[in-house]
Design a protein around this ligand. Structure first.
Ligand SMILES: Cc1cc2nc3c(=O)[nH]c(=O)nc-3n(C[C@H](O)[C@H](O)[C@H](O)COP(=O)(O)O)c2cc1C
Length: 215
């Protein structure tokens, strides 16, 4: 992505986007986000970092009336977000991202951002690392990466003039069965996105003295 892509943001005030963000649970109904803009948003969200750059996330954008009806009963208390948002973006974790390693690293060589030597070394390291990984560590790595792209998505949405609510309260088994692009993909979070119909409410944070120590 070129730097010029970033100048197209309609709201480009970093502090506003970060500190003005609140979880929004009621959106203006019937606001459509075009699929072209949604693809742009997800391309920009996908610039998030990930372990070994394996990008172990896939998105299912539920933006149709039929899809929303299907999702409605799976989101527990989060039906207002489901029913009023422009879309519910289901963030799936890919449990075996090492299968995409060659594709990603080949592309880096083709783009001229990586040497063939580094490519070969990294692929060998990925193979070794993921082959030996126990299931708990694997799930943790995938969830962490999925969380990072989810967070980036909320801020990119702000830069496009939209607001979001990250949703962890949903029936994972049902969502996986109904929406997973592959039966192994795990729904990690859902992001409701749309035009805010409320201000959200202010929330407090633990003081840094409580969350932080220096060593
Ligand atoms: C992993 C995760 C899961 C969440 N799940 C829900 C949810 O199911 N429903 C909801 O209304 N908000 C949910 N939230 C939003 C949090 O309640 C919210 O981020 C927190 O209260 C701080 O408020 P703020 O986002 O407005 O700063 C979730 C947030 C995260 C990060």
């Amino acid at each position: 992505m070129t730097d010029s892509a970033y100048t197209q943001f309609t709201k480009n005030d970093f502090a506003q986007n970060v500190f003005g963000r609140r979880s929004i649970r009621k959106f203006v109904p019937d606001v459509k986000i075009t699929r072209a803009e949604m693809q742009e948003i997800l391309t920009q969200a996908g610039r998030a970092p990930s372990s070994m750059n394996l990008q172990p996330w896939r998105f299912v954008v539920v933006d149709s009336a039929a899809g929303k009806v299907q999702l409605h009963d799976m989101v527990m208390t989060n039906t207002p977000q489901n029913d009023t948002s422009s879309a519910m973006i289901i963030v799936f974790g890919v449990p075996h991202p090492e299968h995409d390693a060659a594709k990603i690293y080949d592309a880096a060589v083709a783009a001229g951002t990586m040497s063939q030597t580094t490519h070969d070394e990294e692929l060998a390291e990925i193979k070794d690392y993921y082959e030996k990984m126990d299931p708990v560590t694997r799930a943790k790595v995938i969830s962490l990466d999925a969380g990072l792209v989810t967070m980036q998505l909320t801020l990119i949405a702000r830069a496009h003039g939209y607001d979001t609510c990250i949703i962890g309260g949903f029936n994972g088994t049902a969502v996986q069965k109904a929406f997973a692009p592959h039966p192994d993909f795990v729904p990690e979070a859902i992001v409701a996105i749309g035009q805010a119909a409320e201000n959200g409410y202010e929330t407090v944070r633990l003081p840094v003295a409580e969350t932080t120590t220096f060593a």
